[in-house]
Design a binder for this molecule. Structure first.
Ligand code: MG
Length: 398
């Protein structure tokens, strides 16, 4: 992922799967059991394998399984290292931490027993750790919470202040190092965030997900199986979705004119924070809109220095990456550019090629049309260039 300066932040995910699942009580470690035909561990690892912000994965497994890991951990699309877990959960994470590559700045820890966390939750937890140093997913308590001793209520705690910790939990590398060092010297904890707290670091809460359940006891499997099946049938349901995008930028002296990633010789260019490429902005909003994923301003705020001078073709590429993570691909895009001048026809083919490349589709899936506004209104007077776009996306693989 990128930080506010636009620098790449290398991220390693540690999957804690070292436990034998004492509370679960089955002969096989619970993380190897299947939900709707797919192992729990494979599901949890797949979340990070498919995540654009994560560069490498370390999986801590019970020693005998680490010695002969399942095939889905061997043939992977990004580096996956396997380590033997330790006696306690934090020992497994500590062993995993030793296998994190030097260049990684942020480490995100996740329980293999939580196979239903979403990619969005992973993104938000990483982003919060990049910003604040340490963050965990947690959900507000919905039950009334009693503090007890000897089976008697000592106090009823104010529910608004109670959050139930989940994973993922993400840390800047040095913070997790501190936390684990505290664990080495005898501190015991059920999660890394509490070690980080005890080491004196502020830990931020990001809104977790009720569906991000932890499979702890056999009864949880029934709920998890139902959840897995429901998600599978939702994913199989073919969907085609349409989105629309619009943008307008003012034409001013002394700015470059960039349309659809093509730099066009012109005395005047479009005013804006980035390269002000209205065509890419409209197309980005159309594809985000089709997936109901917000708009370009939410993903790439112009108050964020990371995007100052950014290439809008790259923003489009990132937006389509977000879609892909959600299981969608672009089918086709149709664009209307409204400009009184300059004449755009010599640049149409290059714009189509740039847009197609950014979206990972064939050129024939991208149409760019030109219009003048017949001298009417701001675009007609040559004060601005506007662009309309429509995008069709699908979750079907064919
Ligand atoms: Mg714009």
């Amino acid at each position: 992922m990128l930080d506010h300066q636009g620098h790449h932040v290398q991220v390693t995910a540690i999957i804690a799967a070292g436990g034998r699942g004492q509370r679960f009580g089955s002969a096989r470690p619970k993380q190897l059991l299947t939900l709707d035909g797919r192992p729990i561990l494979e599901r949890s690892v797949a979340l990070f394998l498919g995540h654009p912000d994560v560069d490498e994965i370390v999986v801590a497994l019970p020693a005998d399984i680490a010695a002969d890991p399942p095939p889905y951990l061997r043939a992977a699309s990004k580096p996956v290292r396997i380590v033997a877990g330790g006696a306690r959960r934090q020992d497994s994470v500590a062993n995993g931490f030793l296998a994190v590559s030097e260049q990684s700045v942020v480490v995100i820890v996740h329980d293999a027993a939580r196979p239903f966390a979403s990619a969005d939750l992973v993104s938000r937890t990483i982003a919060a750790a990049v910003e604040s140093g340490a963050a965990l997913a947690a959900v507000p308590a919905s039950d009334t919470v009693k503090l007890t001793g000897d089976r008697l209520v000592i106090e009823t705690l104010p529910r608004e202040s109670i959050y139930l910790a989940q994973t993922p939990q993400a840390f800047r590398r040095e913070i997790l190092r501190d936390a684990l060092a505290l664990g080495e010297t005898g501190g015991e904890a059920t999660d890394e965030a509490s070690l980080a707290e005890r080491a004196g670091h502020a830990v931020r809460v990001v809104e977790g997900e009720p569906g991000n359940i932890k499979i702890t006891v056999p009864e949880d499997l029934t709920v998890a199986e139902a959840l897995a099946r429901r998600r599978a049938s939702a994913a199989r349901r073919p969907a085609i979705r349409v989105g629309t995008g619009y943008d307008l930028h003012r034409l001013v002296d002394g700015r470059p004119l960039v349309l659809g990633g093509v730099r066009i010789a012109s005395e005047r260019g479009l005013e804006g924070h980035s390269d002000a490429d209205v065509v890419c902005h409209a197309v980005t909003d159309a594809v985000l809109g089709a997936a109901a994923k917000g708009d370009i301003g939410r993903h790439f705020p112009d108050t964020d220095p990371a995007w100052k001078g950014a290439s809008s073709v790259d923003l489009l590429r990132r937006a389509v990456g977000t879609l892909r993570t959600a299981g969608f691909a672009v089918v086709n895009v149709d664009v209307v550019v409204v400009a009184e001048s300059p004449k755009l026809w010599p640049f149409v083919e290059a714009m189509r090629a740039n847009l197609a490349d950014a979206m990972g589709v064939a050129v024939y899936a991208v149409s760019v049309k030109r219009k003048t506004n017949e001298g009417v209104d701001a675009t007609g007077r040559g004060d601005a260039i506007a662009c309309h776009a429509v995008a069709l996306i699908t979750n079907s693989q064919s």
